[in-house]
Ligand binder design. Structure first.
Ligand code: MOS
Length: 702
């Protein structure tokens, strides 16, 4: 463990030197402009009108009166909007028809876009949108998510739907100890600080979109398909992004802005309100997860069953793949895992930080804690006993797997040794105090990307890559990666990102962004360094080296590649109010080479903070009668605020990815994984009561 951060040429085996964000000054002084801030001459403003029924069809959109209102330029709806093509397969599969706005009169969920009012000012557009009368023919809707729905079916997500190894019933029957419980997590929403915003305009025969997204070439490819355009005639820029977490892909507002800009032949911006985001940008499905663990008396697993149910909309299949986490974490003689979905009259869910792993780890890491209790062994010892040598389902070797190193380091620093395992015996006045732990994992993947590095005539270097910095510090990490490979100071390197004209690159998603981009950047930088070593002067236009990592990534051997971690939490539970307070948290991660310790720590701490939110606060309510989210704002949907967050420490053990040129694995999502389980396990240790339904609200504690 090394956490000192001095020197400019650190060893690749551990981590790089700490560096503040290269765009930090711009951000804190307000000089950094976001998609909703950037001015355009002749900019018109679009305001989406969302359905007020949960299912049915639009009978009429009464545009006449609204078109007479001040500043109103156009009202787009299914009767007059341009046609878009949805018959394609994009980066993440077939498009969610939710983004193909105004194509027919069907309303598949409450908050579905039914019209766009465009006006000279945002205020005029909003005023007119609120005045627009839309008549519906309403149909009965079904939004009742519950375990045991007969219409649930298995479906592939990021992993396969069903994996079965061994005879589950036989192994359960011969197990000395069995845990058989159901765990639930609620509907959760992304809520990035910066709402979604996009301005579209036609400029010299090209469509240009100023956006806030997780990957500008991704948005180009989707919009080009939707509008039947050549991708080279579409440019998307996204300089700064105020949070995303999976929600900032192609969404209704970009498509509506392009439609309006095309119809009006002038720039049009559409910005979503916080309330609109609850039905337009995706969210995390609620889950109902059944876990069965069967073990010998010493805790060795004989049987592991994880059945997960999540929901999707009637127009798109998205699976919250909770059951996949056990396929990596724990071996058992019989190992059965399945992801199922049920289709309801609700908006389509989508990727949200650690999709699958975040709720999946709550269930399985809680169940492991219950098994430890029943077997009378320490939760860390139980995990050591079941730490597999190869992929439990795949049989493949791990590129590296340092879970137990994380637990050892974490136990030492947290003060786990000598912990009294008995629940409900630590009292401080009306508080009950306890500690808990849980494991974390997330896949470590890389996706082919292109990048370019230019040696400028003035001695500086410019990196161009269509990366997205969604607040992670990716731009700074890439600066450090390029500087290291070029053998120059970070101050000599300028990284330009967020412009699709820089070429195809991976999105900021799946914890794959920085790894995929760093690979392309380091490979172009190495090539450039070799060219420069040949000598000669640099021409005014500079010397540019380009890279494409498709071949190198395609040649990777099939291996189980994952980041891992160990989470620790201490809670105090108020027996009078039912309030749970997290007192401290520690996360130790084995997550590849850490490029920038400063922003990496923030990334981990951010994930763990979200874990507190998930454990104790976040819960979206959908009203059965109207189909709408109730309290769809920061007042009704509480995310952990400063007062909720105690001292959080995050650190890491040495774990460079052997098959990555920089040693990166990826750290974007793992911070949230296992965090809620560690807190729930601590609540059990404090009170002796298991909480299998999140969030652990005061009314559930009392
Ligand atoms: Mo992440 S949920 O892959 O943006």
């Amino acid at each position: 463990m090394t956490t000192t951060t001095t020197g400019t040429t650190p060893a690749k085996s551990s981590h790089g030197a700490a560096h503040t964000r290269v765009e930090g000054l711009e951000k804190v002084t307000g000089a950094a402009r976001y998609a909703g801030d950037i001015p355009f001459a002749e900019l018109a403003h679009g305001w989406l009108v969302l359905s007020t029924v949960a299912r049915g069809r639009v009978v009429s959109v009464e545009t006449g009166p609204v078109l007479e209102m001040p500043g109103v330029l156009e009202v787009l709806h299914h009767g007059n909007a341009p046609h878009v093509n949805t018959d394609y397969v994009g980066l993440l599969g077939p498009p969610d028809p939710t983004v193909a706005v105004f194509q027919n009169d069907r309303v598949p969920h409450r908050g579905w876009p039914v019209a766009l009012v465009v006006a000279e000012t945002s205020e005029q557009a909003r005023e007119a949108a609120e005045a627009l009368v839309v008549q519906y023919e309403e149909e009965p809707h079904d939004i009742a998510f519950a375990a045991g729905r007969p219409d649930a079916y298995a479906h592939d997500g990021m992993g396969s739907a069903v994996e079965e190894k061994g005879d589950l019933e036989a192994e359960l029957a011969s197990s000395a100890v069995v845990v058989d419980e159901e765990y639930t997590t609620p509907e959760e929403h992304h809520n990035p600080m910066e709402p979604h915003a996009a301005a579209a305009r036609w400029e010299g025969g090209r469509l240009e979109i100023v956006d806030s997204n997780q990957g500008s070439t991704w948005i180009v490819n989707e919009l080009a398909q939707l509008f039947s355009l050549d991708p080279s005639s579409v440019r998307v820029v996204s300089e700064h992004v105020g949070g995303a977490f999976g929600s900032k892909g192609v969404r209704a507002h970009q498509v509506a802005a392009v439609m309006a800009a095309t119809v009006l032949q002038r720039p049009v911006r559409v910005v979503l309100t916080r309330r609109q985001m609850f039905s337009l940008i995706g969210y995390r499905s609620p889950t109902a997860q059944r876990i069965k663990l069967g073990a010998d008396a010493d805790g060795r697993l004989r049987a592991l069953q994880h059945d997960s149910l999540s929901l999707t909309s009637t127009v798109h299949e998205f699976v919250e793949g909770c059951a996949a986490v056990g396929r990596v974490m724990y071996d058992a003689d019989a190992h059965h895992t399945a992801n199922r979905i049920v289709r309801l009259d609700v908006p389509s869910p989508t990727f949200m930080r650690a999709p699958g792993e975040a709720p999946g780890s709550f269930a399985i890491e809680s169940a492991l804690d219950e098994l430890a209790e029943k077997c009378g062994i320490d939760p860390i010892a139980l995990r050591a006993r079941n730490d597999p040598q190869t992929g439990p389902v795949s049989g493949l070797p791990f590129s590296s797997r340092r879970v137990m190193a994380c637990f050892e380091e974490g136990a030492r620093r947290f003060g786990w040794e000598g912990r009294d395992p008995r629940p409900a015996v630590r009292r401080e006045g009306r508080l009950l105090v306890g500690t808990g732990t849980a494991a974390a994992s997330f896949p470590a993947r890389a996706v082919p990307s292109t990048g370019a590095v230019t040696a400028e005539a003035d001695g500086t270097f410019t990196v161009r890559i269509t990366a997205a910095d969604i607040g992670t510090g990716a731009r700074t990490a890439l600066t450090l990666v390029a500087a290291e490979e070029l053998g120059v100071a970070p101050e000599q390197v300028h990284v330009r990102i967020g412009d699709s004209d820089f070429g195809q690159a991976m999105i900021a998603g799946g914890s794959m962004g920085t790894r995929s981009w760093a690979w392309a950047v380091t490979s172009a930088a190495r090539d450039l360094r070799e060219q420069l070593a040949l000598g000669g002067s640099i021409p005014p236009e500079g010397i540019t080296a380009r890279s494409d990592t498709a071949e190198a990534i395609g040649a990777l051997a099939e291996t189980e590649r994952h980041s891992f971690g160990a989470q620790f939490a201490e809670v105090a539970v108020d027996t009078a109010t039912g309030e749970v307070r997290v007192r401290r948290m520690l996360g130790i991660f084995a997550a590849g080479r850490i490029v920038n310790p400063l922003t990496a720590r923030s990334q981990f701490v951010g994930g763990m903070t979200w874990g507190i939110s998930m454990a104790l606060h976040e819960e979206a309510f959908r009203d059965q009668a109207s189909g709408a989210n109730v309290g769809a704002d920061f007042a009704g949907y509480h995310v952990s605020a400063n007062a909720d967050v105690p001292h959080i420490e995050a650190d890491w053990v040495d774990d460079p990815e052997p098959d990555d040129p920089v040693g990166i694995k990826g750290i974007g999502e793992i911070g949230i994984v296992g965090a809620a389980a560690a807190i729930a396990n601590a609540v059990w240790h404090a009170t002796g009561v298991r909480h299998r339904d999140l969030p652990i609200r005061p009314d559930r504690v009392l």
